[in-house]
Design a protein around this ligand. Structure first.
Ligand code: FE2
Length: 465
């Protein structure tokens, strides 16, 4: 084992310079959601099994699946790393990566994130550390850290670097989640101009269009680039999900169901966490729009049952739970809620989030589905300003805010519901669902003229107008 530098000057402990180049290629593939990401790493592991970063990256990739069985695999790799590091004479950066993987396996996301941020301060070109910090800031519901993490590094990269566009797109996403929409859109579009297959950057702009309620433009943006992004891994289904959100507000439910069936759940058995997040969130939303989704929930049961014991990301677990509850597997749903309750008593970053809000959301989902609206409201209401910490994007978390409004409306607490819908319209003035719900509540309260006006606003936002 020797030290070999890659094209960016990063040192790798490896058996050949080619290994350093291929590990770098793996980082680029990962940022681009390329389908060959896993294969690159696998071949590197076969040709250079003792390369510390090949092992670390394998552990990282397993953790990125966000589920128990993959986490067990990551832990086994992590446990073998101290010996490997000593045996190969690994450098300090590689040792920090190994420590970050160990912290992640130990459920300490903050420690892992701090280690990656530390690596990047010393080695700004370490795009793997940069991207992983981006991911964990995201799944810690920490948009300002996500934004600033990229802002610190951007000036240190050459715009000529082939991966520079990925950084622009990551910065764009941090900006978007921090509410800086105009700037986010500018950075996101610049990234896509450089590389039209950069799915994460396309996605950053899709988020801006969602949050600024430019539904038609959103459909055009995502559809117009489909040829470019449809070649990426399962992340492509998340872009279809974004397209569905625009269609939903325009009342184009047939299109949503078609995209759901043909794309969003087309690879649900691959067990990739984002697929279930897309599926459960969309079905629950469709139902809140008054659409009968038929037996679609039942197709999500098999995969969801495999994740009852997960203790990785509460945001993801809640989506498996939604499928179990709505799909009618009460036993598995109850076991999962008990598991989340136990999880909330353990040490670790996500365990704390479970205690703060995740457990209340889990219980609230069950109550909401059972028609115990008032009880659901009582348990979900108090955590609404804390639920950002469950992670995921604003657009993704919005389903939980919608459920809160839905149960408040159904609980016949009309004054509270009127307040919540008015509040939502304060930042979603072009939401047909919100205007319709507001109209229903106003009618309940006998405010007939205002109710008619609200419903007219809702109707005017539908696509047929
Ligand atoms: Fe998204």
């Amino acid at each position: 084992m020797q030290q070999f530098a890659n094209a960016d000057g990063l040192q790798f402990t490896a058996s050949s310079p080619d290994s350093a180049a291929r590990l770098t290629e793996f980082g680029s593939a990962y940022m681009g959601f390329r389908r060959d990401t896993g294969a690159i790493l696998k071949s590197l592991r076969e040709s250079d099994p003792d390369m510390p970063m090949a092992q670390c990256a394998t552990g990282y990739l397993a953790k990125l699946f966000g589920s128990s069985n993959q986490s067990t695999k990551a832990k086994a790799i992590s446990d073998g790393l101290p010996d490997l590091l000593a045996r190969t004479g690994a450098n300090d950066r590689e040792r920090a990566h190994a420590a970050a993987l160990a912290a992640w396996c130990d459920h300490d996301l903050e420690a892992a994130t701090d280690l990656w941020e530390g690596i990047v301060l010393d080695h700004p070109q370490d795009s793997l550390a940069l991207r992983l910090a981006h991911f964990t800031h995201f799944y810690s519901g920490d948009p300002r850290r996500m934004r600033d993490s990229m802002a610190r590094i951007l000036p240190l990269w050459s715009p000529e670097h082939r991966d520079y566009g990925f950084l622009l797109g990551m910065y764009a996403f941090g900006l978007e989640e921090s509410g800086e929409y105009a700037k986010a859109e500018d950075y996101g579009r610049r990234a896509v101009e450089r590389n039209s297959a950069d799915a994460w950057s396309i996605h950053s702009v899709a988020h801006v269009l969602e949050m600024t309620e430019r539904m038609e433009e959103g459909i055009q943006w995502v559809s117009g680039l489909e040829e470019s992004w449809s070649g990426v891994n399962n992340f492509r289904f998340h872009l279809y999900w974004h397209r569905c959100l625009y269609h939903l507000e325009r009342g184009e439910f047939e299109t949503v169901l078609k995209l759901y069936d043909e794309q969003i759940v087309s690879d649900i058995d691959s067990n990739f966490y984002l697929d279930i997040c897309n599926a459960s969130s969309l079905l629950w939303r469709l139902e809140m729009f008054g659409i009968d989704v038929g037996n679609r929930w039942s197709r999500l049961l098999d995969v969801s049952r495999k994740h009852v014991e997960d203790t990785d990301l509460i945001f993801v677990s809640l989506h498996y739970l939604m499928a179990l509850i709505a799909g009618g597997d009460a036993q598995a749903a109850d076991r999962m809620i008990t598991n989340i309750q136990q999880w909330s008593t353990l040490p670790g970053t996500q365990a704390r989030v479970c205690a703060e809000s995740g457990l209340a959301l889990a219980r609230g989902l069950k109550l909401a589905r059972a028609g115990h609206h008032r009880e659901a409201l009582e348990i979900m209401g108090p955590v609404r300003y804390r639920l950002d910490r469950i992670g995921g994007s604003r657009a993704q978390r919005d389903v939980f805010h919608m459920i809160l409004l839905d149960v408040t409306k159904a609980s016949r607490d009309a004054l509270r519901a009127r307040g919540l819908f008015a509040e939502r319209l304060g930042h979603k003035a072009h939401s047909s669902w919100s205007w319709k719900g507001y109209g229903d509540i106003l009618e309940t309260l006998g405010q007939d003229d205002q109710a008619r006006e609200a419903r007219a606003r809702a109707a005017a936002l539908l696509a047929r107008n």
